[in-house]
Design a protein around this ligand. Sequence first.
Ligand code: NAD
Ligand code: DAU
Length: 330
Amino acid sequence: MRILVTGGAGFIGSHFARRLVAAGDDVVVLDKLTYAGSLANLHGVSHDFRGGDIVDPTGVAAAARGCDAIVNFAAETHVDRSISSGADFLRTNVVGVHTLLEEARTSELRFVHVSTDEVYGDLPPGRSSKEDDPLHPSSPYSAAKAGGDLLVLSFVRTHGVDALVTRGSNTYGPNQFPEKLLSLFITNALDGEPLPLYGDGRQIRDWLHVEDHCAGIELALRGGNAGEIYNIGGGEEVENREITERVLELTGTDESLIRRVDDRPGHDRRYSLDTAKLDSLGWEKRWTLAEGLPATVEWYRENRHWWEPIKRSDEFRAYYERQYAALLTE
Ligand code: NAD
Ligand code: DAU
């Protein structure tokens, strides 16, 4: 197949593009190269790159010409940034999805929309979200993602578009922009910098290795049904304070780096996904957190040339100052 991977210069999209090329597919990447995107992520991946915005119908149509499917990773993805300012989140995660759906409709393409477990909101202990559960997004990020998901389902019903949604849990691995919990804490620990743990640190996330996430999306692309939603969860529920301690051990640092800081507003306590539907398509995870976390720490240890320029950039320094300066001096 020839597949348009939107947001393919980001964390998960670049792993997915690499995977498709290895499987023999032709890949076109459309990416705006925001602060989170980088061509360095696509090093060694043979693809046709188009710089552009998924909100722009002309650029989207040009990139999609000759393709059989679109897989959409393009999004504003960081919850804390959405709390500071939500406008870009609505533009890309809602309007951008609409533009892609119009292209899928007019050119009769399969459309896979990559979404998140955050649309379900947080869950009490003992429960896991199923695909037909109601949506309770808590942040501007997850509310915008839920809007995108609902647009996809509306285009299936109203226009008969061959589209489906995947909802993944917290993803980790190489090439993750160093603003997320693991990528930030690992790189901070390697530099002996503080690890700002929000609130009581007892929030639970369900950790999924990026390769397993991509394998699930690929299964949905090749074998999923239009109008369906597929959960992709790691099945590795860990409290933030515990995974932080594992990072300290793996980086050879100690608890003195942890700073308890004020909680994130609207912070979801726990996510958990029921993945029976994707399992029935034949999905099998390859990574446990016990193997994946040390391998990820090793990748960041050996690839300072990838993350150091990001953390030294003006954009990142300004973000870090805005997000953490007051928290870390309280
Ligand atoms: P990322 O932030 O690393 O990358 C996003 C990419 O999208 C970047 O390359 C960026 O340049 C591009 N982009 C942003 N706005 C664009 C626009 N308007 N037009 C074109 N390109 C644009 O994101 P990620 O962590 O790889 O997440 C990819 C997708 O997976 C997102 O839709 C996210 O909601 C979803 N998701 C992420 C996780 C996670 O833990 N990271 C978990 C579940 C679902
Ligand atoms: O669950 C899937 C989602 O996972 C994706 O849809 C999002 O795109 C992705 O960013 C991620 O969202 P989270 O908000 O869960 O990820 P984040 O890495 O920002 O935070 C993980 C947990 O760690 C969360 O409970 C907040 C906490 N945290 C995070 C940061 C950045 C801290 O305690 N300190 C921090 O500095």
